[in-house]
Design a binder for this molecule. Structure first.
Ligand SMILES: Nc1ncnc2c1ncn2[C@@H]1O[C@H](COP(=O)(O)OP(=O)(O)O)[C@@H](O)[C@H]1O
Ligand SMILES: [Mg+2]
Length: 268
C-alpha cells in the first residue's frame, strides 16, 4: 500500500542575503520515520526545520507537510498545520514562572479560543490529558513545580509533553539535547524515540553528535552548506561514513574522529 509522505521537500532553496541556507533540497519523509539532520553549525538544519511548520517561506521550491502545501497556508489553515506539527527546542522555551503542568497545557492552546491564565482556566479533560503526559515523561511528582526550578533534562521533558499535548502527527526537534549533559541527552533521546514510536509519529531531529545520531535515527540526512550530502538508513552507516559530511568541499583530508569532535565547533 502506498502511504502519502509526512513531509515532502521539492528543490527547496532559501537565501539570506548572500548566504544560501538551503540549496535545492529534495526529501520525502514517511510517516513513522525517525530522521536525524546532521551537519556543522550553519549547515542549514534549523532553517530546514523552520520551513516545516511555516516559520520560514522558501525562495523557490516547495514544502508540503501531511499532504498540504505549507507556503500558501495562511491564518486558520496555518494554525491547523502547526497544531499537527510539534516542535522541541534546544532552550526548552518554557514559561519559567509557571508550573510544569501549566506549561504542558499551553500545548493545547490551539484547541481553545484566546489565552488562558492559571490551571482552572482549562477544561478538565485537558488538565487530565496534561497530567497523563507529565506522568508519561516521568514527571508526575513535578506537576506543580515552577518550570524554572527544574533541571535542564526535566525542562526538556516538560517541553516534550507540551509538544505532545497538541496531539501532533509530526515531531520536530532542533538540537533538543545540545544544552544537556551526556547522560540526560541519552535519556531524552530515548524518551523521544519511545514516545514517537508509541504514537507512530514521524520525527525530524537535528543533532550534532554523530554517535548519538547513529544509535537513534532510522535515517540520517547530512547537510553541508545547505546541500544534502548524505541520505541513508542509519543502520547502513558507520562513523567514518558520516564524517564525510564534515569535510569541506575540495578538502580530501580526513576529519577528526567523531568522539573527539564537537561538531558545533566547541571543545569536546
Ligand atoms: N534569519 C536569518 N538571517 C540571516 N541569516 C540566517 C538566518 N537564519 C539562518 N541564517 C544563515 O543561514 C545559514 C544556515 O543557518 P542554520 O539553519 O541556523 O544552520 P544550523 O541550524 O545548521 O546551524 C547560516 O549561514 C546562517 O547564518
Ligand atoms: Mg541550528
Amino acid at each position: 500500500m502506498h502511504h502519502p509522505a509526512a513531509i515532502q521537500l521539492d528543490s527547496l532553496t532559501k537565501r539570506y542575503g548572500d548566504t544560501v541556507a538551503l540549496d535545492d533540497v529534495t526529501l520525502d519523509i514517511a510517516p513513522g520515520e525517525r530522521t536525524v539532520l546532521l551537519g556543522l553549525s550553519g549547515s542549514g538544519k534549523s532553517t530546514l526545520l523552520r520551513h516545516l511548520n511555516g516559520l520560514e517561506q522558501p525562495d523557490s521550491g516547495s514544502v508540503s507537510v501531511l499532504g498540504a502545501p505549507v507556503a500558501t497556508a495562511r491564518g486558520r489553515e496555518l494554525r491547523q498545520l502547526r497544531s499537527r506539527v510539534g516542535f522541541i527546542f534546544q532552550q526548552f522555551e518554557l514559561v519559567g514562572p509557571r508550573t510544569a503542568l501549566e506549561n504542558v497545557l499551553t500545548g493545547a492552546l490551539s484547541e481553545l479560543r484566546g489565552p488562558r491564565l492559571g490551571l482552572l482556566a482549562y477544561p478538565k479533560a485537558l488538565r487530565v490529558r496534561a497530567a497523563e503526559l507529565l506522568a508519561e515523561v516521568g514527571l508526575e511528582e513535578r506537576a506543580f513545580q515552577r518550570a524554572d526550578t527544574l533541571s535542564g533534562g526535566q525542562q526538556q521533558r516538560v517541553a516534550i509533553a507540551r509538544a505532545l499535548m497538541q496531539q501532533p502527527e509530526i515531531l520536530l526537534a532542533d538540537e533538543p539535547v545540545a544544552s544537556l549533559d551526556p547522560e540526560s541527552s541519552q535519556q531524552i533521546m530515548a524518551l523521544i524515540r519511545e514516545l514517537a514510536e508509541r504514537r507512530g509519529l514521524a520525527v525530524v531531529c537535528s543533532l550534532h553528535q554523530v554517535e548519538l545520531a547513529l544509535g537513534w535515527g532510522s535515517r540520517v540526512v547530512g547537510l553541508r552548506a545547505g546541500k544534502v550530502v548524505l541520505d541513508a538508513p542509519a543502520h547502513s552507516l558507520d562513523e567514518s561514513a558520516v564524517m564525510a559530511i564534515y569535510q569541506r568541499a575540495g578538502d580530501d583530508s580526513v576529519a577528526p574522529p567523531a568522539r573527539q569532535l564537537d561538531l558545533n565547533g566547541a571543545a569536546a
